[in-house]
Write a new protein. Sequence first.
Length: 187
Amino acid sequence: MKSLEKLLEVLMFNSRWLLAPFYLGLVAAIAMLLVKFGEEFFHIVSHALAMSESDLILAILTLVDMSLVASLLLIIIFSGYENFVSKIDTGGHEDRPEWMGKVDFSGLKIKVIASIVAISAIELLKAFVHMSFDSGVGVQWQNTNADKILAWKVGIHFTLVISGVLFALMDRIAEGGHNHGSEKEKH
């Protein structure tokens, strides 16, 4: 019976390697995002002189948005792989990110929600740039449903911000409860 238990434990422990293809898929997603980034970048460069200032800002914000998503994917790949599959041996490489190997699952959640909030903020900024102001009339929209779309975007962004704060608060409470228990053990 003990050998069956040992076999099950080895099988379950080695099952972590089933996650590796997910992380490889995310590496491929970064490559696909790089292709779209390049396409958008060359579109901006070739049309920059013909673009209005607000269109150029929107296009640049799209590039920023893509770079944030790529960075988020990299954080998920490194942290997820190191937390759930295996440590990444970089042999003390000088370019190894300082946070690598130090981001636990809780820290990963906070980084993910913070990145999502930043991406949402960029989308909101893009929506605000689409507005134009007429001193006699007020806000003019390029889309008749733009006010509803903007309200939804603000609501979603606000929900994401609140979710991020609640995640951080829950982690702090859990960490405080854990530390509090440790303090009791010391006395």
